[in-house]
Design a protein around this ligand. Structure first.
Ligand SMILES: [Zn+2]
Length: 258
Protein backbone atom coordinates (compact mmCIF):
# COMPACT_ATOMS: atom_id res chain seq x y z
CA UNK A 1 0.00 0.00 0.00
CA UNK A 2 1.03 3.59 -0.46
CA UNK A 3 2.42 5.11 2.73
CA UNK A 4 1.22 8.63 3.43
CA UNK A 5 3.84 10.75 5.14
CA UNK A 6 1.87 13.92 5.81
CA UNK A 7 -1.24 14.27 7.96
CA UNK A 8 -2.81 16.53 5.33
CA UNK A 9 -2.47 13.84 2.65
CA UNK A 10 -3.66 11.06 4.92
CA UNK A 11 -6.72 12.96 6.17
CA UNK A 12 -7.60 14.04 2.62
CA UNK A 13 -7.65 10.34 1.71
CA UNK A 14 -9.86 9.58 4.71
CA UNK A 15 -12.33 12.28 3.66
CA UNK A 16 -12.28 11.03 0.08
CA UNK A 17 -12.98 7.38 1.02
CA UNK A 18 -15.45 7.93 3.91
CA UNK A 19 -18.68 8.72 1.96
CA UNK A 20 -18.55 5.50 -0.13
CA UNK A 21 -18.25 3.54 3.13
CA UNK A 22 -21.37 5.28 4.48
CA UNK A 23 -19.69 7.66 6.93
CA UNK A 24 -20.48 11.20 7.90
CA UNK A 25 -17.31 13.19 8.66
CA UNK A 26 -17.17 15.79 11.41
CA UNK A 27 -14.33 18.15 12.31
CA UNK A 28 -14.00 18.24 16.10
CA UNK A 29 -11.51 21.11 16.03
CA UNK A 30 -8.14 22.08 14.62
CA UNK A 31 -4.57 21.80 15.89
CA UNK A 32 -1.49 23.61 14.69
CA UNK A 33 1.18 21.60 12.94
CA UNK A 34 4.39 22.76 11.27
CA UNK A 35 2.58 23.79 8.08
CA UNK A 36 -0.58 25.36 9.48
CA UNK A 37 -3.96 24.17 10.80
CA UNK A 38 -5.00 20.55 10.56
CA UNK A 39 -8.39 19.09 11.52
CA UNK A 40 -9.16 16.40 14.08
CA UNK A 41 -11.69 14.28 12.19
CA UNK A 42 -14.35 11.93 13.55
CA UNK A 43 -16.30 9.61 11.25
CA UNK A 44 -19.62 8.04 12.15
CA UNK A 45 -21.93 5.53 10.56
CA UNK A 46 -25.24 4.63 12.20
CA UNK A 47 -27.50 1.64 11.69
CA UNK A 48 -31.30 1.52 12.08
CA UNK A 49 -32.60 1.22 15.63
CA UNK A 50 -30.74 0.26 18.78
CA UNK A 51 -27.30 -1.23 18.34
CA UNK A 52 -24.05 -1.33 20.28
CA UNK A 53 -21.65 1.51 19.61
CA UNK A 54 -18.02 0.81 18.75
CA UNK A 55 -15.24 3.40 18.61
CA UNK A 56 -11.94 2.81 16.80
CA UNK A 57 -9.12 5.32 17.13
CA UNK A 58 -5.66 5.51 15.58
CA UNK A 59 -2.58 7.68 15.38
CA UNK A 60 -2.49 9.00 18.95
CA UNK A 61 1.28 8.43 18.78
CA UNK A 62 2.72 10.11 15.70
CA UNK A 63 5.40 7.50 15.02
CA UNK A 64 2.93 4.58 14.77
CA UNK A 65 1.63 4.77 11.18
CA UNK A 66 0.06 1.29 10.85
CA UNK A 67 -3.13 2.35 12.69
CA UNK A 68 -4.09 5.31 10.46
CA UNK A 69 -3.19 3.29 7.36
CA UNK A 70 -5.32 0.38 8.61
CA UNK A 71 -8.22 2.84 8.85
CA UNK A 72 -7.75 3.75 5.16
CA UNK A 73 -7.89 0.10 4.16
CA UNK A 74 -10.87 -0.47 6.45
CA UNK A 75 -12.77 2.37 4.74
CA UNK A 76 -12.15 0.72 1.37
CA UNK A 77 -13.23 -2.69 2.62
CA UNK A 78 -16.32 -1.36 4.43
CA UNK A 79 -17.81 -0.27 1.13
CA UNK A 80 -18.33 -3.93 0.25
CA UNK A 81 -17.54 -6.17 3.24
CA UNK A 82 -17.31 -6.50 7.02
CA UNK A 83 -20.91 -7.71 7.47
CA UNK A 84 -20.65 -7.83 11.29
CA UNK A 85 -19.77 -4.13 11.40
CA UNK A 86 -23.02 -3.37 9.56
CA UNK A 87 -24.92 -4.31 12.73
CA UNK A 88 -23.13 -1.73 14.89
CA UNK A 89 -23.00 2.03 15.25
CA UNK A 90 -19.43 2.74 14.23
CA UNK A 91 -17.24 5.74 15.02
CA UNK A 92 -13.67 6.23 13.87
CA UNK A 93 -11.06 8.81 14.86
CA UNK A 94 -8.47 8.17 12.13
CA UNK A 95 -5.59 10.36 13.31
CA UNK A 96 -5.61 11.81 16.82
CA UNK A 97 -2.13 13.33 16.73
CA UNK A 98 -1.49 14.86 13.28
CA UNK A 99 1.27 17.19 14.48
CA UNK A 100 3.23 14.22 15.83
CA UNK A 101 2.49 12.21 12.66
CA UNK A 102 4.07 14.93 10.51
CA UNK A 103 7.22 14.89 12.67
CA UNK A 104 7.34 11.07 13.02
CA UNK A 105 7.33 11.47 16.79
CA UNK A 106 5.32 9.97 19.63
CA UNK A 107 4.45 13.27 21.28
CA UNK A 108 2.44 16.07 19.70
CA UNK A 109 4.06 19.31 18.48
CA UNK A 110 3.70 20.82 21.98
CA UNK A 111 5.79 17.97 23.46
CA UNK A 112 2.91 16.22 25.22
CA UNK A 113 2.22 12.47 25.04
CA UNK A 114 -1.49 12.66 24.14
CA UNK A 115 -2.06 9.15 25.46
CA UNK A 116 -1.21 10.30 28.99
CA UNK A 117 -3.41 13.39 28.85
CA UNK A 118 -7.01 12.09 29.03
CA UNK A 119 -8.72 13.50 32.08
CA UNK A 120 -5.83 15.89 32.70
CA UNK A 121 -6.78 19.35 34.01
CA UNK A 122 -5.07 20.98 30.98
CA UNK A 123 -5.05 18.54 28.05
CA UNK A 124 -3.60 19.48 24.65
CA UNK A 125 -6.25 20.64 22.14
CA UNK A 126 -6.63 17.31 20.29
CA UNK A 127 -7.42 15.52 23.54
CA UNK A 128 -9.74 18.27 24.78
CA UNK A 129 -11.80 17.89 21.56
CA UNK A 130 -12.06 14.14 22.06
CA UNK A 131 -12.92 14.36 25.77
CA UNK A 132 -15.72 16.82 24.94
CA UNK A 133 -17.01 14.54 22.19
CA UNK A 134 -16.75 11.18 23.97
CA UNK A 135 -18.76 12.20 27.01
CA UNK A 136 -21.82 12.98 24.85
CA UNK A 137 -22.80 9.32 24.35
CA UNK A 138 -21.89 5.89 25.69
CA UNK A 139 -19.36 3.73 23.86
CA UNK A 140 -19.75 -0.03 24.35
CA UNK A 141 -16.47 -1.17 22.83
CA UNK A 142 -13.32 0.86 22.31
CA UNK A 143 -10.36 -0.21 20.17
CA UNK A 144 -7.11 1.79 19.93
CA UNK A 145 -4.56 1.00 17.21
CA UNK A 146 -0.92 1.39 18.28
CA UNK A 147 2.58 0.19 17.45
CA UNK A 148 5.53 -0.52 19.76
CA UNK A 149 9.05 -0.05 18.46
CA UNK A 150 10.37 -2.50 21.08
CA UNK A 151 8.18 -5.48 20.19
CA UNK A 152 9.19 -8.34 17.89
CA UNK A 153 5.55 -9.39 17.39
CA UNK A 154 1.94 -8.39 17.90
CA UNK A 155 0.49 -8.03 21.40
CA UNK A 156 -2.52 -6.33 22.95
CA UNK A 157 -3.93 -4.84 26.12
CA UNK A 158 -7.49 -5.61 27.13
CA UNK A 159 -9.69 -4.20 29.87
CA UNK A 160 -12.45 -6.82 30.01
CA UNK A 161 -15.48 -7.28 32.27
CA UNK A 162 -13.96 -10.55 33.52
CA UNK A 163 -11.16 -12.97 32.65
CA UNK A 164 -13.35 -15.69 31.15
CA UNK A 165 -14.91 -13.39 28.55
CA UNK A 166 -11.65 -11.87 27.31
CA UNK A 167 -11.37 -11.42 23.54
CA UNK A 168 -7.57 -11.30 23.63
CA UNK A 169 -6.88 -15.07 23.36
CA UNK A 170 -9.09 -15.23 20.24
CA UNK A 171 -7.21 -12.30 18.70
CA UNK A 172 -3.84 -13.95 19.36
CA UNK A 173 -5.08 -17.27 17.93
CA UNK A 174 -6.23 -15.51 14.75
CA UNK A 175 -2.91 -13.67 14.37
CA UNK A 176 -0.98 -16.90 14.83
CA UNK A 177 -3.21 -18.76 12.36
CA UNK A 178 -2.53 -15.94 9.90
CA UNK A 179 1.21 -16.57 10.22
CA UNK A 180 1.97 -13.35 12.11
CA UNK A 181 4.53 -13.18 14.95
CA UNK A 182 3.28 -12.77 18.53
CA UNK A 183 5.25 -11.29 21.43
CA UNK A 184 5.69 -14.20 23.85
CA UNK A 185 7.53 -12.31 26.61
CA UNK A 186 6.19 -12.85 30.16
CA UNK A 187 6.64 -9.14 30.90
CA UNK A 188 5.79 -6.47 28.30
CA UNK A 189 6.19 -2.77 29.08
CA UNK A 190 6.68 -3.72 32.74
CA UNK A 191 3.37 -5.60 32.92
CA UNK A 192 2.67 -9.32 33.25
CA UNK A 193 1.71 -10.75 29.88
CA UNK A 194 0.55 -14.16 28.77
CA UNK A 195 0.89 -15.22 25.13
CA UNK A 196 0.76 -11.66 23.80
CA UNK A 197 -2.07 -10.50 26.06
CA UNK A 198 -1.91 -7.99 28.93
CA UNK A 199 -5.30 -8.48 30.54
CA UNK A 200 -6.97 -6.35 33.18
CA UNK A 201 -10.48 -6.78 34.51
CA UNK A 202 -12.70 -4.35 36.37
CA UNK A 203 -11.18 -5.65 39.61
CA UNK A 204 -7.58 -5.08 38.62
CA UNK A 205 -7.46 -1.81 36.69
CA UNK A 206 -5.16 0.79 38.24
CA UNK A 207 -6.64 3.85 39.88
CA UNK A 208 -7.21 6.78 37.56
CA UNK A 209 -4.03 8.81 37.00
CA UNK A 210 -4.23 12.26 38.55
CA UNK A 211 -2.25 13.95 35.76
CA UNK A 212 -4.11 12.29 32.91
CA UNK A 213 -4.41 8.75 31.66
CA UNK A 214 -4.28 6.62 28.52
CA UNK A 215 -7.36 6.75 26.35
CA UNK A 216 -8.42 3.17 27.20
CA UNK A 217 -8.58 3.89 30.93
CA UNK A 218 -10.46 7.12 30.27
CA UNK A 219 -13.07 5.26 28.21
CA UNK A 220 -13.38 2.73 31.02
CA UNK A 221 -14.08 5.58 33.44
CA UNK A 222 -16.76 6.88 31.07
CA UNK A 223 -18.46 3.48 31.27
CA UNK A 224 -17.07 1.53 28.30
CA UNK A 225 -17.19 -2.12 29.38
CA UNK A 226 -14.41 -3.40 27.16
CA UNK A 227 -11.38 -1.66 25.70
CA UNK A 228 -8.62 -3.16 23.56
CA UNK A 229 -5.28 -1.69 22.50
CA UNK A 230 -3.47 -3.38 19.62
CA UNK A 231 0.32 -3.11 19.27
CA UNK A 232 2.00 -4.08 16.00
CA UNK A 233 5.79 -4.36 15.44
CA UNK A 234 7.33 -1.55 13.31
CA UNK A 235 10.27 -3.86 12.46
CA UNK A 236 7.96 -5.48 9.86
CA UNK A 237 6.79 -3.92 6.57
CA UNK A 238 3.80 -1.56 6.77
CA UNK A 239 1.59 -3.89 4.71
CA UNK A 240 2.10 -6.70 7.23
CA UNK A 241 1.35 -4.45 10.19
CA UNK A 242 -1.83 -3.14 8.55
CA UNK A 243 -2.88 -6.75 7.89
CA UNK A 244 -2.28 -7.59 11.58
CA UNK A 245 -4.32 -4.63 12.79
CA UNK A 246 -7.21 -5.49 10.47
CA UNK A 247 -7.18 -9.18 11.36
CA UNK A 248 -7.23 -8.33 15.07
CA UNK A 249 -10.06 -5.87 14.47
CA UNK A 250 -12.07 -8.34 12.42
CA UNK A 251 -11.72 -11.00 15.14
CA UNK A 252 -12.96 -8.62 17.83
CA UNK A 253 -15.88 -7.34 15.77
CA UNK A 254 -17.10 -10.86 14.97
CA UNK A 255 -16.98 -11.75 18.70
CA UNK A 256 -18.73 -8.53 19.70
CA UNK A 257 -21.42 -8.02 17.04
CA UNK A 258 -24.97 -9.10 17.99
ZN1 LIG B 1 1.33 4.07 20.90
Amino acid sequence: MKEFLSSHELLSEVERRAPAAGFRTRTLGHVINDSGRIPILSLSRKVEGRAPRILISAGIHGDEPAGPHAILTLLDELATGWDSLRRLHLEIVPLINPSGFDRRQRHDATGVDPNRAFGSPAPPPEIRFLMDDYKRRPIDLFIDLHEDVDTPGFYLYELAPDTSSAFGPHVIAALRAGGHPVNQAPIIEGMAASDGLILRTSRTIPRFFRQGSPQGLYMKRLGTRRTLTFESPPCLPLDDRVAMQLLALRTVVVLFAP
